[in-house]
Design a protein around this ligand. Structure first.
Ligand code: PMV
Length: 361
């Protein structure tokens, strides 16, 4: 779909306040998105799966205002308490989406949001937060639109708007496995939004587990946006984009075949490459902590000794995502409790798994 298709043209006014609520999950990337263009399109394709328990619940009350102003009028609360420090990010998001949702200028938006995962767990909330916000906006757009509105278009535009808020958020709109970024092996794939790729995924990857080991609860020193920008002049960026493209093809085959050990090898390679790019950028930085490395070592040796297909991946932070098929849950959780929880901040970890996607509430 071309960009013009996302601009809403014909909609009616709605005089009474309308409220919409969505719960939207976080997602974990297997092939990492790292490096972006100015319009927040990715420099390479990425593949993720959507989580289940780690999500953001957001509601918006849309109330008509008498006089249109030139920016979206809104209040933002976290769990009922006004949160003005969230404003700059949301103001920027509204400014960027207004050409696709011009009707927003006619309303006041009372936004209330809350994460199900602990506020300071070091888990990024931008994917779940931006997707929940975009879904509420799309529910409102559907209500006031005078154009034909298919379910496919609803989710496509929700993914498109989420991407503008935070790139990886576009992959939180559908359950299961998702691709974002144009790639020859995925016919309908696009840089503008994400699409689900569950039709061809082998049984081995259904109900995949992700236990998130909380190594560091603090806000990371270098934000994802700063990290993406450092890819612009990175000496390895071109090689990285090419490798990510090839790894996308390789992961597709692995997911179709159900090759769990090949999955472990590829997914770990991707995580290590992401962090090696951080370490070799200018200025360079390290987000892993000593505990992250201890955990990585333990996981590798547990896999080799016990022949259990468990692996790790990392986001842009020190926490470790432990990935494994549901049928190994008992042995992996025992391993996590006995060997890995001592490296976690206050022994904390969150058990999650591949989920069905956002829910309207
Ligand atoms: O969506 P952003 O701008 O927060 O970037 C996310 C980048 C990674 O989490 C490191 C990788 C990914 O694909 O999710």
């Amino acid at each position: 779909m071309e960009l013009e298709g996302f601009v809403s043209k014909s909609y009616r006014d709605h005089d009474d306040p309308l409220k919409f609520s969505w719960s939207s999950p976080s997602n974990i990337a297997l092939i990492k998105y790292w490096g972006k263009n100015k319009d927040q399109t990715p420099r390479n394709s990425s593949i993720s799966f959507t989580l289940s328990s780690c999500n953001t619940k957001t509601s918006i009350v849309f109330s008509k205002i008498e006089k249109q102003i030139d920016a979206v009028n809104f209040t933002i609360s976290y769990d009922g308490n006004i949160k003005n420090d969230f404003r700059p990010k949301i103001e920027k998001y509204f400014a960027s989406i207004i050409k696709y949702c011009p009707y927003l200028l006619n309303y006041n938006l009372e936004i209330n949001t809350k994460n199900t995962f602990p506020h300071s767990s070091g888990i990024a909330s931008s994917a779940s937060g931006m997707s929940a916000l975009s879904l509420c906006i799309m529910s409102f757009e559907k209500e006031i639109s005078e154009e034909q509105f298919s379910t496919d278009f609803f989710f496509l535009k929700a993914s498109f708007l989420s991407r503008i808020g935070s790139g990886s958020a576009c992959r939180s709109i559908y359950g299961g496995f998702n691709i974002w970024g144009k790639h020859k092996d995925f016919e309908q794939s696009s840089d503008l939004y994400s699409l689900p790729i569950n039709q061809s995924i082998a049984q081995e990857f259904q109900k995949f587990q992700d236990t998130i080991l909380i190594v560091d609860e603090n806000q990371k020193d270098v934000s994802s946006s700063a990290g993406h920008s450092l890819m612009d002049n990175h000496p390895f960026s071109m090689d990285r984009y090419e490798i990510a493209y090839k790894n996308t093809s390789a992961l597709k085959i692995i997911l179709e075949k159900g090759d769990l050990f090949a999955f472990c090898e590829l997914v770990e390679k991707e995580a290590m490459m992401l962090h090696s790019l951080m370490m070799t950028s200018h200025p360079s930085y390290i987000l892993m902590k000593p505990e992250t490395l201890e955990i990585i070592d333990e996981i590798k040796s547990f896999r080799n000794v016990n022949k259990v297909p468990v692996c790790f991946t990392l986001d842009a932070g020190a926490n470790v995502h432990v990935l494994y098929p549901e049928k190994y849950s008992k042995s992996v959780l025992e391993f996590i409790i006995s060997k890995l929880s001592k490296y976690c901040f206050q022994g904390k970890f969150i058990t999650d798994h591949a989920g069905k996607g956002p829910k309207k509430i």
